[in-house]
Design a protein around this ligand. Sequence first.
Ligand code: IDP
Ligand code: MG
Length: 152
Amino acid sequence: MTVERTFLAIKPDGVQRGLVGKILNRFEQKGFKLVALKQLIPSRDLAKKHYGVHQDRPFFKGLVDFITSGPVVAMVWEGDGVITSARRLIGATKPLEAEPGTIRGDFAVDIGRNVIHGSDAPETANFEIGLWFTSEEINDWTPSDQLWRVES
Ligand code: IDP
Ligand code: MG
């Protein structure tokens, strides 16, 4: 059985604004499992690959400039349904359209400063996890309260 994983990254605005702890808490509180985490300033090459799908969009250069402008907190989270659920916890791309209670709904107003990235599908999750992390950086572990979390 393969456990579902997603790639999440707190963008430079989230780090600069001191939102790292609050954001991690949302996913821990939900019951997902953190299996990898690091802080890094992404290279332009990494940023361009990560946002490659948007390379022809007018905002591409600004997006790459921004994401490489300071530290990002990159993470892999694991759990059933984590890809879709994390996107719901994150909220809509345009923060003014994101529901209150979501991360973007609660912490952002500007589409170019929307605090966090989350993979949008299994294929992008696999691609992004492999782009940002080596397999040695991802930890297989079992929470000691696992039996209380899920029916096994
Ligand atoms: P997502 O982050 O919700 O998956 P995408 O459409 O994949 O949204 O866009 C990637 C990122 O590019 C967004 O999170 C946002 O920061 C930025 N972006 C998307 N559309 C625009 C735009 O129209 N203007 C400026 N930035 C944008
Ligand atoms: Mg996207």
